[in-house]
Design a protein around this ligand. Structure first.
Ligand code: F6P
Length: 328
């Protein structure tokens, strides 16, 4: 007798949590159930896969989660999964639980993990999710919009106090090695200058831009720096402390840090998470594996994992010029 293929898939969230992940969990679960599959939630990402931390997910189990930031499944960065032995343990766990496919909600590192599992012959579908927006295969990833809005609110608030005191501020935003969040919030927040890792700027240039803003009659100067830039908040702060007498002004520093990742998901992130989660379940149901599900030009699309794993999405650094013009 030919045995029926296993109609049970697992879903996990991995790497940095991102607002909108819960919408993706809800959508992949309910769409999977609609296609006649059983759905299993994995706790704490790939670490939970290795430990066999599985729970069955029904439609009610994913109710009331869409409006919450973070991930109800928990997340982790698993060093063990980076080893071949760790991945073999994960495959054993999946086989023992009769799980026939896996949806991986996460960013660059997580999709590299998904790709490795896929290369070992396991059916995997990735869902593009990271606040950094450095993942190929999706114009924008789950969590980016919320993180941008949190950054923007911080810039708006800083400008209020900066203007009252004629002060210069640098605000550091997240993004790991990618300047996307800094560039976009810098433009939409009307920053006087933006520092990103893709186009490094030295502190003398930053000082010149701040001085220029004061000379043009501005009551404040806001610099947005990406955490991954050489001269991020710590780098600029150290330089300005050392040189403040010569430069003629001090630079106050705000580092947004994980505050930027913990927000309640915006409409855009709930909707993106929903579309990508549902799209992943559709692909699992039709047997399309080894792909990342993302959004391009408003369409849910698949890109082979091997094309996205370990590849950094290029940033449109030409927008820095626009930022400079608009800061006049
Ligand atoms: O990748 C998402 C991200 O928030 C990056 O922007 C940041 O550099 C990193 O994760 C922080 O990682 P962790 O939460 O492990 O400190």
């Amino acid at each position: 007798m030919i045995s029926e293929p296993m109609k049970r898939f697992a879903v996990l969230t991995s790497g940095g949590d991102a607002p909108g992940m819960n919408a993706a969990i809800r959508a992949v679960t309910r769409t999977g159930l609609e296609h006649g599959w059983e759905v299993v939630g994995v706790q704490r990402g790939f670490a939970g896969l290795i430990a066999g931390a599985f729970t069955t997910l029904g439609a009610r189990d994913v109710g009331g989660i869409m409006q919450r930031g973070g991930t109800v499944l928990g997340s982790a960065r698993s060093a063990e999964f980076a080893t071949a032995e760790g991945r073999r343990k994960a495959l054993d766990r999946l086989a023992a639980a009769e799980i026939g496919a896996l949806a991986v909600i996460g960013g660059n590192g997580s999709q590299t993990g998904a790709h490795l599992l896929s290369k070992m012959g396991f059916p995997v579908v990735g869902i593009a999710s990271t606040i950094d927006n450095d993942l190929c295969g999706s114009d924008i990833t789950i969590g980016v919009d919320t993180a941008l809005n949190i950054g923007l609110e911080a810039i708006d608030r800083l400008r209020v106090t900066a203007s009252s005191h004629n002060r210069a501020f640098v605000i550091e935003v997240m993004g790991r090695g990618c300047g996307y969040l800094a560039l976009m919030t810098g433009i939409a927040g009307g920053a006087e200058f933006i520092v990103i890792p893709e186009v490094e700027a030295d502190p003398e240039r930053v000082a010149a831009e701040i001085r220029g803003a004061y000379e043009r009659g501005k009551p404040h100067a806001i610099v947005v720096a990406a955490e991954g830039a050489k001269y991020n908040a710590a780098g600029l702060s150290a330089y300005f402390k050392d040189q403040s007498d010569r430069l003629g002004f001090a630079l106050r520093v705000t580092t947004l840090g994980h505050v930027q990742r913990g927000g309640q998901p915006t409409f855009a992130d709930r909707f993106l998470g929903t579309r990508l989660g549902a799209g992943a379940a559709d692909r699992i149901a039709r047997g399309e594996f080894g792909v990342l599900v993302g959004m391009k030009r408003g369409e849910v699309v698949s890109t082979p994992l091997e094309e996205v794993a370990g590849v950094k999405k290029p940033l449109d650094t030409g927008l820095l010029r626009l930022a400079g013009i608009l800061a006049r």
